[in-house]
Design a protein around this ligand. Structure first.
Ligand code: GLC
Length: 470
């Protein structure tokens, strides 16, 4: 066996041992140091809370942004029905930005293009775009200007899948896939994709990314979505090679040096082909790790069961659930990006506005327990029915009271507490040290804790702010 081949075999086996899916991928694809990366992401780690906005043609059928795939709708049907009716005449980017800011959101990510392939900006690459509808304006431009004016960081969601482009290779999520999965086969997909030129699609995709990262000023986040993988049948899905992802990340960073990139280009075998992991629609049990190391993470969540506007979908989360989602995420060192799906008229609907108002009210009093906070230090465990966040700069702990304690909150680490107060009104919370002897009322008082009013204050989730002893 020649030396080159031997080296390749060794590399494969080592990386296989390390569990790498793609032994050919290097661990690092850029020369950025971990310290440089931390500095680039400092604002994102501090700000913790963002707004996702899923808006596109799919708001017209109003039954999920995947409606075209779920209902196997071809281009002719989809476009003839919905394009002529797409005119978000009530759209007001300033109102969107005002609502996001009031809710305490510090950054926003708008779908510039979702899987349906319809472009929300005035792209030169296709006429399948918003400026060719009755609406006629560059919505992305207005979004960028309005959210930047309110001081929010700017992000784009960009679908690397495109169910409209004639060269996008039909795969297991495409609207033109066989309706019966039992018909899936390499031969079938090869037949469906006859004449489709993937290189032509990839160039189109790259050209669009160039426009978005060149024509709209400083872009802080790009949210690529997503590599539909089918390892058992590679031709039924995509991999990082499909996007030329390593070069795409390098190119993205060249265009926007400070940009933060999500993890959906299928480069998880590298340490820097992504900046954060994206657990979606569930509460992470603990701070996510990759190869044994805690990594930056952002959970993306919807108010209801859909990203795009879905009129008849009723599983809308309650106010307390949403506050718990935000505070519990931060207590595990993560970010929350909360999604709004505007209606086809271009407005956030009443159900979304109600929940944004709930965040606004709670964040008005309690933002200090979110911004700049992270997981609590060793030994500071969350008392029952709560979660704790911690600001390392101020050395303060925040206890979020999900189950309101009736009069007393046992705190096992009371010896570390210097002072405590309610965050919403700054009122002192008394500290009750552990009793010297067994109290007749049972073991609750065996340890010290905080004396809370019997009645819950008028706050969705009350927060106790604690100064830790130095
Ligand atoms: C999932 C959904 C997609 C949505 C994304 C947001 O991939 O399929 O429609 O845009 O989540 O994270």
């Amino acid at each position: 066996m020649n030396k080159m081949l031997f080296a390749a075999v060794v590399a494969c086996s080592l990386s296989a041992l390390a569990g790498a899916e793609y032994p050919e991928l290097p661990q690092k694809i850029t020369d950025e140091t971990p310290e440089q990366r931390d500095a680039r992401m400092a604002w994102w780690r501090n700000d913790r809370f963002g707004m996702f906005i899923h808006f596109g043609l799919y708001a017209v059928p109003a039954r999920h942004e995947w409606v075209k795939s779920r209902e196997y709708i071809d281009d002719k049907t989809y476009d003839s029905k919905y394009l002529p009716r797409f005119n978000p005449d009530l759209f007001d980017a300033k109102e969107w930005a005002r609502l996001a800011k009031a809710a305490g959101m510090k950054y926003a990510v708008l779908t510039a293009k979702h899987h349906e392939g319809f472009c929300m900006w005035d792209t030169a690459t296709t006429d399948y775009k918003i400026t060719k509808t009755d609406f006629g304006r560059d919505l992305v431009r207005e979004y960028v200007d309005a959210f930047r004016a309110e001081g929010l960081k700017i992000g784009f969601y960009f679908s690397i899948k495109d169910w409209h482009h004639p060269d996008y290779l039909i795969d297991v999520t495409h609207p033109l896939r066989p309706k019966d999965p039992r018909q899936y086969s390499d031969e079938k997909f090869a037949e469906l994709n006859k004449g489709r030129d993937w290189n032509r699609y990839r160039k189109y995709m790259w050209d669009q990314i160039d426009e978005l990262l060149t024509n709209y000023g400083k872009i802080d986040i790009i949210w690529f979505d997503y590599t539909v993988k089918n390892p058992a049948h590679p031709n039924w899905g995509k991999t990082y090679k499909s996007w030329d992802a390593v070069n795409l990340v390098k190119h993205t960073r060249k265009l926007q040096p400070g940009i933060i990139i999500d993890n959906r280009l299928d480069l998880m075998d590298t340490d820097d082909g992504w900046d954060f992991v994206t657990p979606e629609q569930f509460k992470a049990a603990a701070w996510p790790t990759v190869r044994g190391k805690k990594v930056p993470w952002e959970t993306c969540q919807t108010f209801s069961g859909s990203w795009g506007y879905y009129r008849d979908e009723m599983t809308w989360k309650s106010g307390p659930q949403l506050i718990e989602l935000l505070s519990e995420t931060v207590s595990k060192g993560g970010n929350l990006i909360m999604n709004v799906g505007p209606t086809a008229r271009g407005e956030f609907d009443e159900r979304a506005k109600e929940r944004l108002a709930g965040f606004a009210k709670w964040m008005h009093w309690n933002a200090r327990s979110i911004y700049g906070c992270t997981v609590a230090p060793e030994g500071i465990a969350a008392p029952n029915g709560t979660s704790v966040t911690y600001n390392p700069e101020t050395n303060r702990v925040y206890i979020h009271l999900y189950d309101y304690p009736m009069g007393f909150l046992p705190v096992p680490w009371l010896d570390r507490v210097e002072y405590a107060q309610f965050l919403h009104d700054g009122s002192e919370i008394a500290i009750r040290p552990p009793p010297h002897s067994h109290s007749q009322s049972g073991d609750t008082h065996l340890i010290g804790g905080l004396v809370t009013p019997m009645l819950k204050p008028g706050v969705e989730v009350p927060v106790i702010e604690i100064w830790l002893k130095k």
